[in-house]
Design a protein around this ligand. Sequence first.
Ligand code: ADP
Ligand code: MG
Length: 595
Amino acid sequence: MFILGVFFVLASNYFRILSPRITRFVVDHIVSIISQNKITDSSTYPNNFIRFFQDLFAVFTGQSSSMGLINACIIIFLLAIFSGLFMFLMRQTLIVMSRKIEFDQKNEIYSHYQSMDHSFLKAQSTGDLMNRISEDVSRVRMYTGPAIMYIINLSAVISFCLFFMWRSDPGLTLVTLIPLPILAFIIYKVNGVIHRKSEHLQNQLGIITSIAQESYSGIRVIKSFVQEKNTIDHFHASSENYKKESMALAKTEALYFPSIGLLIGISTLLTIAYGTLEVIHHKPGASIGKIAEFVLYIQMLTFPVSAIGWTASMIQRASASQKRINAFLDILPDIKDPQHPQKPDFKDSISFQHVNYTYENTGIKAIIDLNLTIRKGEKLAIVGKIGSGKSTLAKLMLRFIEPQSGCIKIGEHTLDQFSISELRDQMGYVPQDQFLFSDTILENIRFGNPSATEREVIQFAEMAGIHDEIRGFPDGYQTLIGERGITLSGGQKQRISIARALIKKSPLLILDDSLSAIDAHKEQDILNNLNMGIKDKTVIVITHRFFTNLHFDRILVFDDGKLVEEGSHAILMERKGIYFDLYLRQQANQDNLMS
Ligand code: ADP
Ligand code: MG
């Protein structure tokens, strides 16, 4: 497409550049008619087709010394049509090319997001990531499309113009071009200023946007602290700044085009003056038509030359954006698929052997020397204070993060010997900070298993203890949630997330504090459902509540990253250790709440 595009640019400009020469012929012809007050031979010859094509041919081969006046006019018209046609094709190839590059780039960046690790995504700001895929990609497109097109166009126009001007009259060419270097210099300088100012303005706009965004999301806090006026003042001040800077930019820009116009005007004036002198002094080849021809060349040069600055700043921006995109694409995920992946088989037990995990950014040792075997079908509860490493354990099992030392095995193979997607396919996971999409409840649950029927969705919603509430909504399972729909309570969100994990029918289920916003009774009902309905499933429930009447095979107690106690409720109570303390504290809290 690029090569075709270059060809179309050349063709379009070639046809355009021919018309000044015919204009010269027409003007000279008319001048001679007027001065001799009679019609010359060449305009009276029979105006037939053959003669027309001879004339057209002569134009293309550069030998148009005489032709019919009417033919000349028709040829100018045809040249404009050809030139326009090729200009259309030039945009159809070069701009379409840039759109295709944009499309590929967006997809590449998006798939790269999807491949990134948990830890990377956590460390990046959403706005920053969004900018890569929207702003940066469009800036690069401005380069691959318009900027490249203008560069090729500019080179074509300048070289064609110079070639024909020089061939026509070297002296006049030099005079015409005198202001050009000054013009180029001014454009370069002014453009630098414009570029700096508009970058500044862009930053200021970013500030305003983030102020607005913050206050939209925090509007309730602002109102409850009666800070509306302060917030408005703050916004007003930034807005004022933005206004000042954009007016300064407008002033510079306002100077830009008139000064270009002035220099072009000077150039035109010089051309006319010098050309006229040539005519007066009867210099061979000098004519009024030639002056007209040169004025047209100047017109043709005006736009491409004044676009130089604009093009240059597009290139600068695109290059900065492409650098940012490359920096992002160059970051490879640490957690990768092995070359010869094994098939995970959950008939085997899962074992942790001397596993240690430290969060590198904070240096917090979240898991310390963990040894643990989870048999197939076992129902485990994990309890412990906030920050004791429970969620980290879940993330390790899903291979969102990898232990710095020790290993986690399913059967004989460590986790990194399995394909990541197959491994995660085997696990139903409800993260602590669950997330629902802005879609219907039905689709949110079905997200766990896109081929599930509506009956299955209802079945698992019942299991998660949310079916009755969903039925109570006016649109039932078709109710929209999220930004465009209704707002769910924390507990409702948690139960929908559980239904979504259950419908996956995976052999392992991990609930990370997924019932915290639900009252204790309801929580017990749901856990009972789970234990009944999924006998052969391995279930790990991370919780900070204690259930005396619920059957877990084992309860694991974590404290400061260490597995400190394990056993049944009765055994742990007898030990009078951490579990005992936590349990008593919960009972005391409950009694307080009751009384
Ligand atoms: P729990 O789920 O038991 O509340 P976590 O496993 O979430 O505990 O956290 C264990 C420890 O690791 C805590 O001290 C916590 O502050 C720290 N931690 C958790 N996530 C991160 C993270 N992404 N970066 C740095 N430190 C973390
Ligand atoms: Mg947690």
